[in-house]
Ligand binder design. Structure first.
Ligand code: CMP
Length: 154
């Protein structure tokens, strides 16, 4: 099944929203296959945000992402990347739809609580940047037969 990389950003950790975010993803029917608290180093962030490196907010973004530890997660599911992007909401949090993580809990374009992989290709790269192979778990989640039809498990 597809995997997506998630980071609960420093503001999400500081505001006590780690559990809320995990709770929402679990209730949706997604499967958690990796989870750790981590300090993001320079090299990782330069690669992670390479597409933002010429933007005026890049230095501030990097400083913010390194200001406190973050929580890295890997979630698995059918079309999980697109599904999580919907659960998270748009970047500018105060305009995000109610019912999304950002729409319900955030107001800022930078302090938007959570990173979610943009597409499947980027997700594969981000999962590798955050997790070693032994930190990702293959396990049988017993309720998946009630989450998906057999031909939806892909
Ligand atoms: P995200 O979409 O997860 O990845 C890029 C991040 O850069 C984004 O979340 C915000 O945290 C941050 N960001 C995007 N646009 C701006 C902006 N205009 N000013 C400050 N930070 C931004």
């Amino acid at each position: 099944m597809e995997k997506s990389a998630i980071i609960v950003k420093p503001d999400g950790v500081q505001r006590g929203l780690i559990g809320e975010i995990i709770h929402r993803f679990e209730r949706k029917g997604l499967k958690l296959v990796g989870l750790k608290m981590v300090a993001l180093d320079d090299a990782l962030l330069n690669e992670w945000y390479a597409h933002h490196k010429d933007k005026p907010f890049f230095p501030g973004l990097k400083a913010y992402m390194q200001s406190y530890p973050v929580v890295a997660m890997c979630w698995e599911g059918s079309d999980v990347v697109a599904t999580i992007r919907k659960l998270v909401g748009i970047t500018k949090a105060r305009e995000a739809d109610p019912g999304t993580v950002r729409g319900d809990f955030a107001m800022s374009q930078q302090y938007n609580l959570i990173h979610a992989s943009e597409n499947a290709e980027i997700a594969a790269k981000e999962v590798k940047l955050l997790f070693n192979d032994h930190e990702l778990f293959e396990w049988k989640k017993m309720d998946l037969d009630f989450v998906y039809l057999p031909d939806e498990k892909k």
